[in-house]
Design a binder for this molecule. Structure first.
Ligand code: ADP
Length: 220
């Protein structure tokens, strides 16, 4: 699903690399925790995987495509098969919850009736079937995070990435979000979750990727 070979990522020439010589292989259908201190490169690792940045050196393959040599025009189609849950939700404030979740399907050109049905089903799945018409600001942090999760998975991504999806949530809400991520994993998505949350990772044993100062120090 994902292969990094000796990947280095620098945001500016000559800057200290955010990722340094990273080798890693994520099998299709795997679930991985991505851990490490603040500044270790977790967000950068996820940005590479959702094709928001390109490696400065090394080889990156995502879903069989060589990203390091791919032409820019090839990336949007691949990106649509990747779902991302951002730490700060990134919901659109002027749209209701249903329209936020429907948006990826609109962009993909799905028909109106089907996309509303699919978005409604996803919102039911995350327990928000009664809040379709609410604006994001009317929801709690945990509810907003579940909307963000519904939006990330509504197009049935092969690869699902979550960047600190529980950092703003209490324990009960955190467990609920992780249970939903695990359900997506059971349905076949490859899942990578960056977290600081040691107890959550211990409660839910899975492969562990640990970054320290841009280097992958654990991969098992
Ligand atoms: P983490 O998610 O583990 O906190 P990041 O991937 O955000 O780590 O950051 C890794 C390093 O890259 C840090 O030194 C950070 O300052 C730097 N960095 C991250 N994003 C940018 C950016 N857009 N421009 C320049 N430097 C960045």
């Amino acid at each position: 699903m994902v292969r990094l070979d000796n990947i280095t990522l620098r945001y500016r020439p000559n800057a200290t690399p955010a990722l340094n010589g990273v080798d890693c292989h994520l099998a299709a259908g795997s679930f991985s925790w991505l851990m490490g201190p603040s500044g270790a490169g977790k967000s950068s690792f996820l940005k590479l995987l959702h094709l928001a940045v390109r490696p400065s050196a090394g080889q990156l393959h995502v879903m069989g495509r060589a990203i390091h040599t791919a032409r820019r025009q090839e990336l949007p189609a691949l990106r649509r098969r990747i779902g991302v849950v951002f730490q700060d939700f990134r919901l659109l404030p002027h749209l209701d919850v249903l329209e936020n979740v429907a948006l990826p399907l609109r962009i993909a050109g799905r028909g109106e009736r089907q996309l509303l049905a699919d978005a409604t089903e996803m919102l039911r799945w995350v327990g928000l079937g009664e809040r379709l018409k609410a604006r994001p600001e009317e929801l709690s942090g945990g509810e907003q995070q579940r909307v963000a999760l519904a939006r990330a998975v509504v197009a049935r991504p092969a690869l699902l990435l979550a960047d600190e999806p529980t950092s703003n949530l209490d324990e009960a809400q955190s467990r609920r979000v992780v249970a939903l991520l695990q359900q997506m994993h059971r349905l076949g998505s490859t899942v990578v979750v960056a977290t600081h949350n040691q107890w959550l990772a211990e409660e839910n044993p899975a492969a562990m990727l640990r970054l320290e100062a841009g280097r992958l120090v654990e991969h098992g």
